[in-house]
Design a protein around this ligand. Structure first.
Ligand SMILES: Nc1nc2c(ncn2[C@@H]2O[C@H](COP(=O)(O)OP(=O)(O)OP(=O)(O)O)[C@@H](O)[C@H]2O)c(=O)[nH]1
Length: 944
């Protein structure tokens, strides 16, 4: 291959050189032949001259020697003539030619050339002319020979001095003179031919030399171009290699094993941060760069490759210049000599730090995921895109009672069959939908699967699709949460929440909820239902004589009896104590009355035996059949309750159908009852005080100002807290408010004194509500002063709140009281401001310090623009009149923010704080047996 390429490269040169040699040989040959002709002419001309001289000498001497010299000299042109004549023939005799030419003085070695040149002369015009001269001379030579012959005859005949001889000599002279130009012409022709030939040959030689030069130049140019091309290719290839390596975060190393010299590409030295030639011996480089823990691994891999030809592919850590560790991966291949010894090894080094970190992170994440999955309480199953299980956590193993290995690659639907709660119908296949990309995730509740003992395991199932980078579904994750216990618990809770613990029938809440639903339904499609309110008569006697257990038993017995007598569609509930409620659904009033009577009779005849004693208890039944469209549960219950109350009032153990007249009677009765209860409460100290915070929204007051409103609660016989809204109207109607106000002032002042003693550093502002009746009471001011002196509280800490209505009703007295108490440093707040119509007119004349904006505006302030506008204008007017403003019912942070933005000075409400028992309130509650925790009561001042 190499030889052929060389031959191909040298061929043009060889060709040119051959041509050059040929031309040189040809030119030398032609030159030599031409020279032979010229030389021949010279010999010929000399011989002719000598022959003329010899003939002249013979003519004068008559010496035979001169004559022979004449003949001898004449033989030269004659020989040449013979040769030429022979060469003119079609097939010349070379021997004759040779002899002729040699007779003419030509050298033997020139004979061939002379002959070839003569042959070519016909085609060469330059030669032709010379030949013509040669031919011209023939006649003269022949004449000369004849003259010679004639002269000899004359000499031999002794006429040597005869005129004939002289005439012959004149002819000889003439011939000699005629031959001169012919010889010159011949000679000139050949010299000219020689020159022309020389020029032609030199031109050809020059041309050939130029050709050779051109070929050389072309060759050199092509070689250079090719060299450049190769160099460019090399540079490009190196560039590619280097960029390729760089781009793939890799470098190149080349280890001359024989010399133990290692070369690194720039990238590697940059990566490591060392000089390129820092360490050139491979063993040193491994010891120096490779992390000590990885050195052995690298050496083993190297040995394995060099000795056993194992793949050299190893990952290790490298210590970079600054001390940081870089993860590298190297691969390499040894080059071996004929004996199989590795002489060189070349390889790449890849920076895999990012990948290793990512792997480490992924590992941590995987671990985290695995540990999380293993430790969570739900069964987690992963499937492939065909729904085959690829992973199960422990909970799943427990749920299916199978180990993961047994379940792998089995269809999930085969392992876990789920059923709907209604019957044993298979639950919809969420997995299939998710895998078909119909949904990305689906959660199903109220489904169950069968446990190993065929028990129901209720689960909540979530199926979510897993996607690849192209958003194709590659599998799913199924989470099964065992909600069996939760369901049981929920069912229990629900049962507890809706049923009465003692009797097992519905409790009041559930009874009312179902009744309410019925009322709603009957509003759209009227159906008559009857509501019965039952209250056992003289039940207390059972409790009192036989104890509560007996009472409980009786309640259970009556519940069971009632339950037995009712249809399944009817509703039976225990409304509290010894009260029961029944709803006879789809039951006309006449029929309901009959059934109510039946129930009454059944209970009355029910003999309850306890401790060998038999009790009979009657029941008072109120019956109410809600008219079409009546939806208020409260009204319905109230009507049935009133009917029951009337039944009791009318002698017990009877059924009373509700009538409107009963309502008024009942209301009056209620109030009377409240009067009694209130009087008893005052007597027995059955009240307690609560406080609710009032906070400054702006910078109006220092943070140490503890501003609260004092709220009143009543405690009933059963220890229940009663909101003021329940008893204040009765107290007002029956003139009990001054007494209650006094109770509040006394207890509030006492508590304030205690609080101030315990916390002397703070400013305390207590707002106490006053009723209209107290404002009109002439002795009230004296009472306040008396209490103030008794407890030593500063009246500057007291703000009396009076309602707008109370102030207006007792305007003159209110103004006087305010003025008098102002003198004592007391402050006033106008409560529920804005609720009345004439607010602004009176406001000018009442020197109150605070305006309490009516809560009904504040409550809706965020949703109702007019309420907001009212609050804003009250606030502005209040400020214009030099009064501070307080907004009640600040129930949310948003409302507080809104109030603040409007510039309201203070806010009060659930967002600030719920009512809390004041000092001693808990003691009072305990004293009076409050058993339930005190739930936050709605903001309601007791003077309303
Ligand atoms: N054993 C028992 N007694 C209860 C239960 N709940 C309330 N009571 C009592 O039931 C009685 C109901 O009071 P009342 O209805 O006024 O008593 P009564 O004797 O039936 O009086 P009248 O209804 O006027 O005939 C109170 O004594 C309660 O203590 C309970 O769960 N078990």
């Amino acid at each position: 291959m190499e030889g052929r390429r060389t031959a191909a490269l040298l061929l043009p040169f060889a060709f040119v050189v051959i041509i050059l040699i040929f031309l040189t040989a040809l030119s030398l040959g032609v030159q030599s032949n031409l020279r032979a002709y010229i030389g021949g002419e010279s010999s010929w001309a000399k011989a002719e001259k000598d022959a003329v001289l010899a003939l002249n000498a013979y003519a004068s001497s008559g010496s035979e020697q001169d004559f022979r010299r004449f003949l001898d000299k004449l033989s030269v042109p004659l020989g040449v003539r013979i040769a030429r004549l022979e060469m003119n023939k079609a097939t010349p005799d070379h021997e004759i030619v040779k002899r002729g030419l040699m007779a003419g003085g030509a050298a033997e070695q020139d004979i061939g050339g002379i002959r070839r040149l003569y042959g070519a002369s016909k085609y060469l015009p330059l030669m032709r002319r010379g030949i013509e001269y040669w031919e011209q001379s023939d006649g003269y030579i022949l004449q000369l020979r004849d003259i010679g012959d004639q002269l000899r005859s004359l000499v031999l005949t002794g006429q040597r001095d005869s005129p004939a001889t002289r005439s012959l000599l004149v002819r000889v002279r003439a011939i000699d003179e005629a031959l001169g130009p012919i010889e010159d012409g011949f000679s000139r022709s050949f010299v000219h031919a020689f020159r022309r030939t020389t020029v032609a040959l030199i031109s050809m030689l020059v041309f050939s030399a130029l050709m050779l030069l051109a070929a050389c130049a072309m060759f050199v140019h092509r070689s250079l171009a090719r060299g450049n091309q190769l160099q460019a290719k090399l540079i490009k290839s190196e560039e590619r290699l280097s960029l390729g390596f760089r781009g793939s975060n890799a470098g190149l190393w080349d280890w001359d094993i024989v010399q133990d010299r290692i070369y690194y590409s720039d990238w590697i030295s940059e990566l490591l941060g060392y000089e390129r030639n820092a360490l050139t011996r491979a063993s040193d480089a491994i010891a120096e760069f490779v992390h000590p823990e990885d050195v052995e691994q690298v050496r083993n891999a190297l040995r394995g490759h060099l000795k056993e030809n194992h793949v050299f592919d190893v990952e290790f850590r490298v210590k970079a210049f600054g001390g940081s560790l870089i993860w590298c991966k190297t691969r390499g291949q040894a080059i071996r000599d004929k004996r199989g010894y590795a002489t060189r090894m070349v390889g790449s080094l890849l920076d895999i730090t990012d990948r290793k970190h990512a792997e480490a992170d992924a590992h941590v994440e995987h671990e985290l995921a695995q540990v999380t999955l293993a430790s969570i309480a739900e069964a987690v199953i992963r499937t492939d895109d065909a729904g085959r299980i690829t992973y199960c956590n422990r909970v799943a193993e427990r749920m299916f009672r199978r180990v993961s290995a047994d379940m792998l690659m089995l269809p999930f639907s085969e392992i876990c069959r789920t059923f709907n709660q209604d019957g044993d119908a298979p639950a919809p296949d969420a997995l299939e939908r998710v895998l078909r990309s119909e949904r990305s995730a689906e959660t199903t509740t109220d489904i169950y699967l069968r446990g190993p003992a065929n028990e129901k395991i209720w689960v909540e199932r979530s199926v979510a699709a897993m996607h690849d980078a192209q958003a194709r579904v590659i599998g799913s994750v199924i989470v099964l949460r065992d909600v069996t216990e939760k369901r049981k618990h929920a069912a229990q809770l629900s049962y507890k929440a809706t049923h009465d613990e003692l009797t097992g029938i519905l409790n009041r809440g559930e009874f009312e909820r179902r009744l309410s639903t019925l009322l709603d339904q009957s509003a759209s499609a009227y159906s008559e239902h009857a509501v019965l309110f039952l209250d056992l008569d003289q039940f207390k006697i059972v409790n009192d004589t036989c104890g509560h257990a007996a009472g409980d038993d009786l309640l259970r017995s009556i519940s069971a009896t009632l339950m037995r007598g009712l249809r399944s569609a009817d509703i039976l509930g225990r409304l509290g104590g010894d009260e029961f409620g029944i709803v006879l659904t789809h039951c006309a009033s006449t029929q309901a009355l009959r059934i109510a009577e039946e129930i009454r009779r059944t209970i009355a005849e029910l003999g309850f035996v306890w401790a060998n004693r038999t009790f009979f208890t009657g029941v008072s039944v109120g019956l109410f059949t809600p008219p079409p469209g009546m939806r208020s549960l409260k009204d319905v219950m109230k009507a049935a309750d009133i009917a029951c109350y009337i039944a009791k009032e009318s002698g017990k153990n009877q059924v009373q159908v509700f009538s409107r007249d009963d309502e008024a009677l009942c209301a009056r009765h209620n109030e009377m009852e409240w009067v009694e209860r209130l009087k008893s409460a005052i007597r027995r100290d059955q009240f307690c005080l609560y406080t609710q915070k009032v906070v400054a929204l702006g910078e109006a007051r220092p943070a140490s100002d503890k501003h609260v409103e004092i709220l009143l609660r009543m405690l009933d016989d059963d220890g229940q807290l009663i909101e003021p809204v329940a008893f204040i109207p009765s107290a007002e109607r029956f003139g009990l408010m001054p007494e209650i106000d006094r109770w509040v002032i006394k207890n509030a002042f006492s508590a304030l004194a205690e609080v101030m003693a315990a916390d002397p550093g703070s400013i305390h502002t207590w707002a106490i509500n006053l009723s209209g009746a107290s404002i009109g009471d002439d002795r009230f001011l004296a009472y306040i002063i008396e209490q103030q002196q008794m407890f030593g509280v500063p009246l500057s800490s007291v703000v009396f709140e009076i309602t707008e209505t109370a102030a207006i009703t007792n305007f003159t007295k209110a103004a006087a009281l305010i003025s008098r108490l102002h003198e004592l440093d007391c402050r006033f707040a106008l409560d529920d401001f804005g609720a009345g119509m004439s607010s602004f007119t009176y406001l000018k004349h009442l020197s109150v310090d605070f305006l309490k904006i009516d809560g009904s505006f504040v409550k809706e302030i965020l949703d109702n623009p007019s309420d907001k506008a009212i609050v804003e204008s009250i606030n502005q007017i209040g400020h214009a009149l030099g009064k501070m403003t307080i907004a009640e019912f600040a129930e949310s942070d948003e409302i507080v923010a809104c109030l603040k933005s409007l510039g309201v000075d203070y806010a009060q409400g659930y967002a600030i704080g719920h009512p809390e028992p004041l000092l001693g309130a808990r003691a009072a509650q305990q004293r009076h047996g409050v058993t339930r925790s005190i739930a936050p009561a709605p903001l309601a001042t007791w003077v309303r």
